[in-house]
Design a protein. Structure first.
Length: 202
């Protein structure tokens, strides 16, 4: 393959995922939560920019640009007949456990059964396009931070105790009225997300 052809092929690939976006009011509350944890923890943590926080339903990885329309159609077929629903934002937790923190997340409540059904339908529809189905059970959450590799075990445990002692409930809901196909462009300053298409729920 010539260098010119390689560049053309690379340009045809985009990093993409299916997600539900958050209202600004919820992002503002998560920002305040992050600031609260930063002030009390002072450990090596990479905080997610609240503007980039979303609820991922399906990570697609690198896709061919000419598959975008097929993906949006598949998501639309999966969501056909789905009524809009609401999710609460409640709880604070970590993966995999408080002694070995890797990821810090905010939990969800409300119509989780509808959310799970929607995710399964989308996963099944996209499997027919060649995207491998998810091996793990869907665990809806909003990632707000990731531990840096240099964080010592004692620092992870200290942050774990802080998170266990911190309660969080948003006074605002997420009104789920659409599902979006998102593009992720990785930069030195962090990822930049943009919409490639949307499917509006009934």
């Amino acid at each position: 393959m010539s260098l010119t052809r390689y560049i053309e092929v690379a340009m045809e690939q985009i990093r993409a995922f299916i997600a539900i976006e958050l209202p600004g009011a919820v992002k503002a509350e998560i920002t305040r939560l992050q600031e609260q944890l930063k002030a009390k923890s002072r450990v090596p943590v990479r905080w997610v920019n609240p503007d980039n926080i979303h609820l991922t339903l399906k990570f697609l990885g690198d896709i061919d640009i000419d598959k975008v329309d097929d993906i949006i159609k598949a998501v639309g077929d999966a969501a056909r007949g789905f009524l809009s629903f609401r999710l609460g934002v409640k709880g604070l937790g970590v993966f995999p456990n408080p002694n070995r923190i890797q990821v810090i997340w905010v939990g969800l409540s409300g119509s989780l059964d509808k959310l799970g059904d929607l995710q399964r339908r989308i996963d099944s529809a996209l499997a027919r396009l060649g995207f491998p189905p998810e091996k793990r059970d869907f665990s809806p959450h909003l990632t707000i931070a990731r531990m840096r590799d240099r964080a010592a075990p004692a620092e992870r445990q200290r942050l774990g105790r802080l998170i266990e002692a911190t309660a969080f409930t948003s006074q605002f809901d997420i009104a789920v009225g659409a599902v979006h196909l998102m593009k992720s462009r990785l930069t030195r300053e962090g990822p930049i997300y943009s919409r490639l298409g949307s499917v509006v729920l009934s």
